[in-house]
Ligand binder design. Structure first.
Ligand SMILES: [Zn+2]
Length: 404
């Protein structure tokens, strides 16, 4: 005898007694228990499985395999007669989302003549795939209005069990994929009717608010992301807090948040440009000062310079500026803000042909425990030993002078 699916005729059964028909010890150490009747919904049709307790033992998962409903438990109950308790909060949440899917699908059909080609009930939100190419914000809002109007009408949701001959009595939006002797239909009168094995609320008012959160283009059409009931409330609460917070920070009412953001972004853009110009000027001044203090050796002007709290990019900018000066040979070193990384940037004026900055870098790198490379004119690298920076610059300078 197949398990009597109590949830098929009544989604509100949460406590039930049953008899263990068989149980199997799984390789994982868990047990799979089959009952003569159950209110536990197995994962199927895009809806996750119920959880709860059987004789006080946690039901971790429920799966339907080869027509049998397997209750996965950590421990197998000892008694043959057991009591099952479905986690109602989780079940009711699934009922709200799943029933909302039917109503929302009905609304997409009515408003846009769109069909539902896929459904997934997720942990925080759910998705419906639709066979349409585009969805505008106005269309989505209209669909939401149509769906929520059905919610507010508090229409009863009917469950029908029919055989194949009864099919043409119902305006099905989706035909069954195979022949059934006993097909279960879910009907929201005058709105949506389709074969479904899931758990639903008794009337649309229990779904609560239906809200489309976003949508994206997929290969097969449009995928919408939506929430219903308590999830919609949680979503609204979270978004309201965010809006309140931003509204306070920017000192504007919610309706002006977007324009306030645009103003801030434009201001930031201007400041960035001003900062870049100021940094360039500062770099030019520093380069000029360092060049004037450079060590002259033959026809070279050698600059060795170390700065803490400087990025490799800023050190590069300084090197680029320095080597525009005649005969400049720049050996620069820096460390990042939290003193965990050392960087070396070596460069020479392009007219100098008797330097090899890459070779100088190679002798310097071991002192900072680093890696890097470059060309005879410019080379750079980074490492982890900040304490070795001074020594790295000294050996690089000595190397260049000896190889001259
Ligand atoms: Zn359903």
């Amino acid at each position: 005898m197949p398990t009597d699916k109590l949830y098929y005729s009544d989604s509100y059964v949460t406590n039930f007694t049953a008899r263990i028909v068989s149980s199997v010890a799984l390789p994982s150490g868990q047990s799979a228990v089959i009952l003569d009747r159950t209110a536990f919904y197995p994962e199927s049709g895009g809806q996750p499985a119920d959880t709860g307790l059987i004789d006080g033992f946690r039901v971790l998962d429920v799966q339907e395999k080869n027509g049998e409903i397997l209750h996965i438990l950590d421990t197998c109950p000892k008694e043959e007669k057991v009591t099952g308790t479905v986690d109602w909060a989780r079940r009711f949440d699934h009922m709200q989302q799943h029933s909302g899917e039917h109503v929302l699908t009905g609304a997409f059909g009515k408003v846009l003549n769109a069909s539902n080609i896929g459904f997934h009930l997720g942990q925080t939100s759910s998705q419906i795939d639709l066979d349409i190419e585009v969805l505008t914000a106005e269309q989505a809002a209209e669909v939401e209005r149509a769906a929520n109007t059905i919610v507010f009408k508090n229409t009863p949701i009917h469950i029908h069990f029919i055989d194949s001959s009864g099919l043409n009595k119902f305006p099905l939006r989706k035909q069954p994929t195979k022949h059934y002797d006993n097909l279960r239909l879910i009907e929201v009168p005058d709105f949506d009717c389709c074969p479904c094995g899931g758990t639903h609320v008794a009337s649309t008012g229990e779904i609560g608010l239906i809200k489309i959160r976003s949508w994206e283009r997929k290969k097969s059409g449009i995928r919408i992301d939506f929430v219903c009931g308590l999830r919609a409330l949680a979503d609204y609460q979270e978004k309201n807090e965010t809006v309140k917070d931003l509204s306070g920070k920017l000192s504007v009412p919610p309706a002006e948040l977007s324009s306030a953001y645009d103003k801030q972004a434009a201001r930031l853009d201007t400041l960035n440009k001003e900062l870049t110009a100021a940094q360039k000027e500062l770099t030019q001044h520093l380069a000029h000062k360092l060049y004037s203090q450079s060590q002259v050796s033959g026809d070279w002007h050698i600059i060795t310079y170390t700065q803490t709290n400087i990025s490799p990019a800023a050190l590069n900018d300084l090197a680029r500026e320095l080597i525009t000066h005649p005969a400049a040979v720049a050996l620069l070193a820096g460390s990042n803000a939290d003193n965990t990384k050392a960087h070396l940037v070596f460069g020479a004026n392009p007219t100098l042909t008797d330097v090899n900055m890459n070779a100088a870098l190679k002798v310097a790198l071991p002192h900072i425990n680093g890696k890097g490379g470059g060309s005879p004119q410019a080379a750079q690298g980074g490492g982890s030993n900040i304490a070795g920076i001074r020594q790295a610059l000294a050996v690089a300078r000595d190397f260049l002078l000896e190889s001259k």
